[in-house]
Design a binder for this molecule. Structure first.
Ligand SMILES: *Cc1c(COP(=O)(O)O)cnc(C)c1O
Length: 355
């Protein structure tokens, strides 16, 4: 069975061996302030920076999930308000979490085939602490490209830029210097089981966290940052998750190669589904289509049938998300999904639904 679900998604087959090794090597009961665990954390942070091209002066923190990162950013980097650009469910949920903590936070939605117009952004840098975007909107299979993020970053004049990269972190070669906060969780492009989030902070973001000095939350950034100086966390961390991450990073090729592989595969997939297949890409603008999540649309009854038939052929297609649940399917183009799965997928459509 191949799964194309975009989260939780396919894990690397090697995870089976990593889990056995974690047990045998005593990681599951290792004290989290011991030299054994702090050196694992140090090595994992170093490998993450090296494999993903994260600048050396950026800080890496571990959290429980991407959702937790939304809340941490509202609590610890946003004394007044944040401004959110979104075009799908995850971006909108982030805005709602931010408003629950900082009610003055606001947002603006944009269309699936639209690149937001930066000249017309309704917020002022004077009273906004954080601008928030979702680099890859998993629910609508859309993406904000590098050039857009660069233009936005250059327009902000000191207001920090935060990027939810949950479904592209460890899949795409992100330009970390062009934003201040990047985060995601490991059950998407990392190809690992859920339960660990990764947050990456620029020196400017670290400075703002210190200035805001949130002390009111267990997961407040100043405490997380000072613990991380010793490769520790405030609470007992997910040591197994960090161990799995360290093994996965050691075995992976550098992000440039992973990125190119995903770009090539996405191009082939979009080209295939742009032809006369029963499903069509639902994002029509090639500039806004996601590389890592391919969204297809069709009639609800047909989608039901295709999902059922695909399942019988050993292919688990991802359902649509939120309001798009019944009229779309999503195909995760994540690094841990093997090429053989995509070959099987294309053969399935060619055989069952010949043009
Ligand atoms: C999956 C996802 C999340 C939520 O991740 P959790 O680890 O479940 O909190 C947030 N944002 C995006 C873009 C996602 O794809």
């Amino acid at each position: 069975m191949y799964t194309f679900n975009p989260g939780p998604s396919a894990v690397y087959p090697a995870v089976r061996q990593y889990l056995t090794d974690a047990f045998d090597e005593g990681w599951l009961s290792a004290p989290h302030r011991s030299e054994k665990v702090t050196s694992l954390v140090r090595q994992t942070v170093a490998d993450l920076k090296a494999k993903l091209n994260v600048p050396q002066d950026y800080t890496v923190l571990f959290t429980g999930s991407a959702t937790e990162c939304w809340e941490i950013l509202a609590q610890s980097l946003t004394p007044r308000r944040s401004f959110h650009l979104y075009n799908g469910d995850f971006g909108e949920k982030w805005l709602k979490y931010a408003q629950a903590v900082r009610p003055a936070s606001a947002g603006k939605s944009f269309g699936l085939d639209e690149v937001p117009d930066l000249a017309a952004l309704p917020f002022s840098a004077e009273d906004t602490d954080l601008v928030c975007i979702t680099q890859n909107e998993t629910s609508t299979a859309t993406q904000l490209r590098e050039g857009f993020i660069l233009n936005l970053f250059n327009r902000l004049n000191g207001t920090l830029l935060a990027v939810d990269a949950t479904s592209s972190l460890a899949g795409l070669n992100l330009k970390y210097i062009k934003a201040d906060v990047w985060f995601g969780s490991v059950q998407k492009c990392f190809g690992l089981p859920a339960g660990l989030g990764v947050m990456i902070l620029s020196p400017r973001a670290v400075a703002q966290a210190k200035a805001v000095n949130d002390r009111a939350h267990y997961n407040a950034l100043p405490a997380m940052l000072s613990q991380m100086l010793n490769y520790q966390t405030n609470y007992t961390p997910n040591v197994l998750g960090i161990y799995l991450l360290s093994r996965m990073l050691a075995d992976r090729e550098p992000i440039k190669a992973v990125h190119q592989h995903l770009v090539d595969r996405a191009e082939k997939l979009y080209a295939f589904f742009d032809q006369a297949t029963p499903l069509q890409p639902f994002v029509t603008n090639p500039e806004t289509r996601s590389t890592t999540v391919v969204g297809l649309k069709g009639d609800a009854a047909l989608i039901e049938e295709i999902k059922q038939k695909a399942k019988e052929a050993g292919l688990h297609l991802g359902s649509g998300y939120g309001p798009l649940k019944n009229t779309t399917v999503r195909i995760a183009n994540f690094p841990a999904v093997p090429d053989a799965a995509f070959e099987a997928l294309v053969q399935f459509f060619a055989k069952e639904y010949p043009g």
